[in-house]
Ligand binder design. Structure first.
Ligand code: PLP
Length: 399
């Protein structure tokens, strides 16, 4: 078959320069399709919780839609509903101890993803040096690359547990590095950075005039050390942006609700850009979470305890499989075990587990240090995870 672009696309489309390459596609799309085709597969591949969002929040959202006075089905301002920005500011103060200005320094976004998209658009120019984690969340690298940035990496430490040590970051932070991204707790490892480590990174970044993005979307899932936000180390937001989201903590990935906290100048830049990109963040999600957030503590503690217990139980099961190394996760909702000892590549493990009825994500999608590893999502009820764990055991121990 003739596969020249002309024949496939026709005259007009073949003149269009591809904006993205198929290689940029995250492995999630293919995985979702496979899972839909085989409903009995246990899905540990996706980066989202399968437990329910808070009942109260769902009820508020349903009644909000019918509210004829507030008119919540319409656009909100691009920056976000004032009530949502104020709720996010109160939440931030509870989490970090720092008061932020809800009018000037918060932008409500279509998930943390849009906040990161806007941040890279505004901050980066072709050739800028960007320092990212290895292993780390793939879309962050894609976003920076799309701006023409040159990617550099700091490695996470893998011992008994995965950990984000500050030394490898500090060693690479030098004048000329435009942006460093810290994601704690981390996707895919669950690694965390200590408060002191984060303070040192933010301080050094001020000296080298490097901008810091602290991606805190897994803030609710901190187990073996307390969650540390970067905000207390640069409360004036001179060279720091916080990215946060309710996707993971409230199990509402599909509602698309996140926010950025940054310097008023940056927020204005992102706000103007967003206007022509998404106009506003889904209105019903904003109205409902704004009403619910102050009473979310019990739910948040419950899902954090569930994930912590899942992490502990699954780690034990994985460690008992000969040849598997499973560093503990300090937080987050993933385990990132290595199968190097079994002589298997990431993709070989993915395929073997898929044949055994469990979908997982290849570690190689998260950087060179992810090779021979896979990512297992634990954010589900234990009964579901246990079935998957037993299938993993069987698939890896049968010859
Ligand atoms: C590290 C990290 N940052 C940001 C996001 C964005 O999440 P959302 O756009 O759903 O808020 C994700 C989602 O998987 C993530 O893992």
């Amino acid at each position: 078959m003739d596969t020249t672009p002309d024949r496939i696309l026709g005259r007009c489309l073949s003149k269009v320069k591809p904006l993205v390459s198929e290689a940029e596609r995250s492995p999630m799309g293919a995985m979702k399709k496979l899972i839909q085709e085989q409903p009995d597969i246990r899905n540990l591949a996706l980066g989202e919780a399968s437990f329910d969002p808070p009942d109260e929040l769902v009820q508020i959202a349903s009644s909000v839609m019918a509210d004829k006075v507030a008119r919540p089905n319409r656009y909100t301002t691009t920056r976000g509903l004032p009530e949502m920005r104020q709720a996010a500011a109160r939440f931030t103060e509870r989490l970090t101890g720092i008061a932020v200005d809800a009018d000037e320094t918060i932008l409500i976004t279509v998930g943390g993803t849009e906040a990161l998209h806007l941040a890279t658009k505004v901050l980066l120019e072709p050739g800028d040096r960007v320092l990212l984690a290895n292993p780390g969340w793939g879309p962050m690298a894609t976003l920076a690359q799309r701006q023409g940035a040159a990617l550099e990496y700091y490695e996470l430490e893998k011992q008994e547990a995965w950990h984000i040590t500050e030394e490898p970051i500090l060693e690479r932070l030098e004048p000329g590095v435009k942006l460093v991204v810290v994601n704690s707790p981390s996707n895919p490892t669950g690694a965390m950075i200590s408060a002191e480590g984060l303070r040192r990174v933010v301080e050094r970044a001020k000296e080298t005039e490097t901008f810091v993005i602290s991606d805190e979307v897994y803030h609710n899932f901190a187990y073996s050390r307390p969650f540390a936000s970067a905000l207390p180390y640069d409360p004036s937001l001179e060279n720091l942006m916080l990215v946060n989201s309710f996707s993971k903590s409230l199990a509402i990935t599909g509602w698309r609700l996140g926010y950025a906290i940054a310097h008023p100048w940056l927020i204005r830049q992102m706000d103007v850009y967003k206007e022509s990109m998404s106009a506003c963040t889904p209105s019903v999600a904003q109205w409902a979470v704004a009403q619910y957030l102050d009473s979310a503590d019990e739910y948040l503690a419950g899902v954090s305890a569930l994930c912590e217990s899942n992490v502990r139980r699954l780690t034990e099961i994985m460690r008992a499989i000969p040849g598997v190394k499973c560093p503990a996760a300090e937080g987050g909702f993933y385990l990132f075990p290595s199968f190097e000892g079994m002589g298997l590549t990431s993709m070989q493990v993915v395929e073997r587990l898929l044949r055994g009825g469990v979908a997982v994500t290849s570690g190689s999608a998260f950087g060179s240090l992810g090779e021979a590893a896979v990512r297992l999502c634990v954010a589900m009820y234990w009964e579901d995870l246990e079935v998957a764990a037993r299938r993993i055991e069987a698939a890896l121990t049968s010859s």
